[in-house]
Design a protein around this ligand. Structure first.
Ligand code: ATP
Ligand SMILES: Cc1cn([C@H]2C[C@H](O)[C@@H](COP(=O)(O)O)O2)c(=O)[nH]c1=O
Length: 221
């Protein structure tokens, strides 16, 4: 049973600024004496990283894409996330299932009912290992959502790297993804922390850090 582990996911459209802050957060937790597992989706295990390469670069239909993402998630949960939580680590995960509902569901228009079914299969855990509010599924304790206008994200990412299958999508796609995140945040307001990611890096960091200080997870300095 997980007693002290903390599962935190980071979400937002491509270029919203997640990666900019996750390392700093890991350092802040380590400075408090916590063990940190820093990981990402799709990915986080050798098998899941292979699946990531396919999902990001190979042409495929929407069902294949959803299945590969959930297959990667299953391997990741089994080999990395669950053992880390059982040890009591702070797990910082760059994206988790909210990304699937936002990108595959809202962005691609894939059937949300099928995604919910896959979520039930992949994230089911023993009843004594989760709080009653999680419906018997492994979910993050907190999800930090970097909300950013897709037009600003496009400017930030322009010319930064060769775009993958998602980064190559037009602003309209990312607006749908963003709407998907907004729907997830509204449906699970207790779990979500919304950050205004249009602010400066320092201001975004302050929003994030202050929230975790208020929760008693980090100290002021
Ligand atoms: N608050 C900010 N203001 C301006 N630029 C920023 C800000 N935060 C991050 N950036 C820059 O925007 C770009 C994207 O940031 P970052 O890689 O952290 O985003 P991300 O959410 O991790 O993206 P992806 O999901 O595509 O990996 C980087 O060049 C980064 O330096
Ligand atoms: C978990 C997850 C991710 N994606 C997409 C979102 C991003 O475009 C890429 C991952 O790239 P990043 O630089 O690591 O953010 O994958 C998705 O479509 N569905 C998912 O469930």
């Amino acid at each position: 049973m997980t007693k002290t582990g903390l599962f935190i996911s980071f979400e937002g459209i491509d270029g919203a600024g997640k990666s900019t802050h996750i390392d700093g957060l890991a350092a802040a937790f380590k400075a408090q004496g916590r063990q940190v597992t820093l990981t990402r989706e799709p990915g986080g295990t050798p098998l899941a990283e292979k699946l990531r390469e396919m999902v990001l670069h190979d042409a495929m239909d929407s069902l294949t894409e959803a299945l590969l993402i959930f297959a990667a998630r299953r391997d990741h949960l089994h080999h990395v996330i669950e053992p880390a939580l059982a040890r009591g680590d702070v797990v910082l995960c760059d994206r988790f299932t909210d990304a699937t509902f936002a990108y595959q569901g809202s962005g691609r228009g894939f059937d949300l009912g099928v995604l919910q079914q896959l979520e039930q299969w992949v994230q089911a855990i023993p009843a004594d290992a989760v709080s009653p509010s999680s419906n018997g599924l492994r979910q993050p304790d907190v999800t930090v959502w970097f909300e950013l206008d897709p037009a600003i994200a496009a400017v930030r990412l322009a010319g930064a790297r060769v775009p993958d299958r998602f980064e190559a999508q037009p602003v309209e796609f990312f607006q749908k993804v963003s709407d998907g995140y907004a729907a997830r945040a509204q449906a699970d307001a207790q779990r979500f922390v919304r950050l205004d990611a249009a602010q400066t890096r320092e201001a975004v960091w302050q929003q994030l850090h202050q929230n975790f200080v208020q929760r008693g997870w980090l100290s002021e300095t």
